[in-house]
Design a protein around this ligand. Structure first.
Ligand code: SF4
Length: 346
């Protein structure tokens, strides 16, 4: 194992990308980078990382910000609960821990939105605690390197991967070791067509030696996405438009959107005008001036089919829970990417 560890260390030393969070030891900044990089490509994440730290350079500034400001910086990155959880964790540290960032894996696990992956990454990188990180990249490298055949996502497979990750861990320099294995997974041992000819572990790798790279790690059948039909009502008079904040435990909680009618199947404009939601809002006289879409928007477990209905605001129109915003003043409001794309389309 010693030799494998050294090969990884040497490879990393020569090949690592010079990413901004590699040169820091501040746990707040490392935590920010780790949360942003979950579900996000490095190139896109880098931009958000800089923007986030520019606006919230320390824990206190994040804790005391308005939620809409935090979501605005996060706009377009998706998985918005990450941003809300970060702010909740910052408030917890500020109020319950006198602003002192937790220094151990165990203490970090008390922060909202921090699971074993983030706690292992931040504690090993910022405080050199010997915790092995297991993310998607590490899982792939380890499954191939050790020829792990258990079905992914099962208890047996997770504990086997975890055990191998710890057996491989460099106890002296766990932070760099963890980053090295993740980097190897990101740059060389990629999901399809890994570059085995430049891999330092070629002669140790079960998948390579047994010619089973395409087969490992074993794949889960993709789950079926839930399809939802969103009908957005773009209600405007000459200079303002109606928007409201999404509430409830659903996608895009806390973000703003146009008034919405949701259906479980496709609706024609005629059928939409006959729904109780439409009739309650507009009665039977108001017509959509223009209908745009459908647009398909894919999320991890959901598929949204969206249409946008442009309407002139009827006289004396009031919409409880929504507000009228001057056109051109939408900027401070965090919007889901689906709406941003619609507004910014050519
Ligand atoms: Fe991955 Fe190929 Fe290296 Fe094995 S030899 S760890 S499959 S890149």
């Amino acid at each position: 194992m010693m030799e494998i560890r050294e090969k990884i260390r040497e490879w990393y030393h020569i090949n690592k990308r010079p990413l901004p969070w590699r040169e820091i030891s501040d746990p707040y900044q490392i935590w920010v980078s780790e949360i942003i990089l979950q579900q996000t490509r490095v190139i896109q994440g880098m931009d958000y990382y800089h923007r986030f730290l520019e606006r919230f350079p320390n824990l206190e500034s994040l804790a005391i910000a308005k939620e809409a400001e935090v979501l605005k910086v996060w706009e377009g990155l998706g998985y918005y609960s990450r941003a809300r959880n970060m702010q909740a964790a910052a408030k917890y540290i500020l109020h319950e821990r006198k602003g002192v960032f937790p220094e151990t894996y165990k203490e970090m696990m008390k922060m909202k939105g921090v699971g074993p992956y983030t706690a292992a990454a931040v504690s090993s990188i910022a405080f050199h605690e010997p915790q092995a990180v297991v993310d998607g990249n590490v899982q792939r490298v380890i499954s191939r390197l050790f020829g792990i055949e258990e079905v992914p996502g099962t208890y047996t497979s997770s504990s086997r991967i975890q055990a191998e990750a710890y057996s491989l861990l460099d106890q002296e320099d766990p932070g760099n070791h963890n980053q090295a294995v993740m980097e190897l997974g990101a740059l060389v041992c990629t999901p399809t067509s890994p570059d085995c000819s430049s891999c330092p572990l070629q002669q140790d790798c079960v998948a390579y030696l047994q010619n089973r790279i395409a087969e490992l790690p074993l794949k889960n059948k993709p789950g079926k996405r839930r399809r939802r039909y969103f009908h957005y009502l773009v209600i405007q008079d000459r200079e303002a438009i109606w928007i409201g904040r999404r509430t409830g435990k659903d996608i895009w909680e806390g973000l703003f959107e146009f008034p919405l009618i949701e259906t479980t199947r496709p609706y024609s404009t005629k059928s939409l005008r006959a729904t109780s939601e439409w009739l309650n809002l507009f009665g039977s006289t108001v017509q959509a001036l223009q209908v745009t879409g459908p647009f398909r928007h894919i999320l991890s477990h959901q598929e949204i089919i969206a249409k946008f209905y442009h309407l002139n605001e009827p006289p004396d129109f009031v919409l409880e829970g929504y507000k009228k915003i001057k056109l051109g003043r939408l900027d401070p409001y965090p919007l889901p990417k689906l709406i941003l794309n619609y507004i910014n389309r050519k």
